[in-house]
Ligand binder design. Structure first.
Ligand SMILES: Cc1cc2nc3c(=O)[nH]c(=O)nc-3n(C[C@H](O)[C@H](O)[C@H](O)COP(=O)(O)OP(=O)(O)OC[C@H]3O[C@@H](n4cnc5c(N)ncnc54)[C@H](O)[C@@H]3O)c2cc1C
Length: 398
């Protein structure tokens, strides 16, 4: 049976960052991906400043910035009154070399890292290799893989599970994935139509609140992405229909003929695993936690998971297994996930909607205005929404 020091399952943004970070420390790493390439779906597009700092250490941040858009300003807007409250990350310039968000599709990062890994002597990438089973002993983990032509087995000293929401490894471990699924669905549309010409003063990132139908409008280099909620009573085929699209753009910009490049319906969950560290197997990214996309925390927090983990694995490969290190990883990352990421994304969603309650919506908006008008509260808000608080919170957990 072939063997490797670390097997990473899943070549999404989290798995590719994990593999590259380990390879950069000289660790032998094998990245196994079920698909024929890194998935090219329309999901994360926001990279927050602490994540950019991590990508800088992997020498890939310039690539991401060049292929993305720098967005220092994001905006909360009342859909009816048009009132805007703007937050400017440039205020964090005393805190980070990257006082902005970068809007860049996640697959651009994943593909670039996978290509880079394949050129490194201590790393390999195997596409069309789907993990189907794991078994671990005190010394190693055996991973069974399905390829187009065969079933294979590989032995690894450690395994990082970055398979995403439907992780097979999580199922083999039998670990609880508790939380809930939002009753409404989220529809994601993308269009090259110039929304900035029709909606005055849009930033590149806009959270547009409304008690009836909130929206997120995000600019990426190629398209505008639009995220909106839809009731569970509306079928996926209705949401994806031309008729729905026409009505939506008619109400947004007065033009039903706007063309879309993609339309996708998502179900959204708030879930966290009961444990992230299981002996020599670690759950990270969407395999370990899911949250709604408001604020852009999912991929970023997954990258923060592997940033916490990779040095500990490299240390143990050199000096011998130390379960206490992985206990700490587990405590730190689950605390951030439960206390900050879950709480903040739920709050971010509440801020946008207020389910038909116009008075509650008005109060929330007033609260945002108050935060924005106070220097200390605004600075704190910027730190929290750009995920610095989460990382500080983790470093305080022994
Ligand atoms: C509409 C939307 C917008 C979002 N926007 C943002 C955002 O702006 N910022 C942000 O931080 N997050 C955002 N997210 C969340 C983000 O997309 C996810 O958190 C992120 O993709 C998680 O990365 P991952 O690598 O853990 O998992 P994934 O991206 O799901 O990658 C998992 C990989 O594992 C592979 N795989 C699966 N099973 C196996 C197997 N058995 N064997 C081998 N390989 C396997 C898959 O093919 C895939 O390539 C958004 C999500 C949605 C739905």
């Amino acid at each position: 049976m072939e063997s490797t020091a670390v097997l990473v399952a899943g070549a999404g943004p989290v798995g590719t960052v994990a593999a590259c970070a380990l390879a950069a420390l000289g660790v032998e790493v094998l990245l196994c991906e079920a698909g024929a390439d890194c998935a090219q779906d329309l999901r994360a597009s926001t990279f927050h400043p602490p994540t950019l700092e991590m990508l800088d250490q992997l020498d890939i941040v310039r690539f991401v910035i060049e292929r993305g858009l720098k967005a220092p300003v994001y905006q909360y807007r009342d859909r009816h009154s048009g009132e805007r409250i703007e937050f400017d990350l440039s205020e964090l310039c005393d805190r980070t070399r990257f006082p902005f968000r970068v809007q860049c599709e996640q697959h651009i990062l994943a593909r670039a890292l996978a290509r880079r890994l394949d050129r490194q002597a201590n790393a390999s990438v195997l596409f069309n290799h789907r993990v189907t089973m794991i078994e671990q002993s005190d010394e190693s983990v055996t991973v069974a893989l399905e390829t187009p032509n065969a079933m294979e087995r590989i032995s690894a000293r450690y395994v990082i599970d970055a398979e995403g929401a439907n992780s097979i490894i999580r199922k083999w471990l039998g670990v609880a994935f508790e939380g809930f699924t939002w009753p409404e669905k989220f529809l994601c549309l993308s269009t090259s139509f110039d929304l900035q010409r029709h909606i005055p003063d849009l930033a590149l990132v806009n959270y547009i609140s409304d008690p009836d139908q909130w929206l997120v409008l995000l600019r990426t280099p190629r398209v505008w992405r639009i995220l909106l909620p839809a009731g569970e009573e509306t079928s996926d085929s209705e949401l994806l229909s031309d008729q729905f699209k026409q009505q939506f753009f008619d109400s947004l910009v007065g033009d039903p003929a706007v063309a879309t490049a993609h339309r996708t319906v998502y179900r959204v969950h708030q879930r966290v695993v009961a444990r992230m560290a299981h002996g020599r197997v670690f759950l990270v990214g969407d395999a370990a936690h899911l949250n709604n996309p408001l604020g852009g925390f999912g991929m970023n927090s997954g990258i923060h998971d592997v940033w916490n983990l990779h040095g500990k694995i490299a240390h143990c490969l050199k000096h011998g297994h130390d379960a206490a290190l992985f206990e700490r990883f587990d405590r730190q990352r689950r605390k951030v996930t439960n206390d900050l990421i879950q709480t903040q994304t739920i709050r971010n969603k509440e801020m946008m909607e207020q389910k038909g309650d116009a008075e509650a919506h008005r109060r929330r908006f007033e609260e945002m205005r108050a935060i924005n008008g106070n220097d200390a509260r605004r600075y704190d808000f910027l730190l929290r929404q750009s995920m610095f608080h989460g990382l500080e919170n983790a470093s305080g957990v022994s």
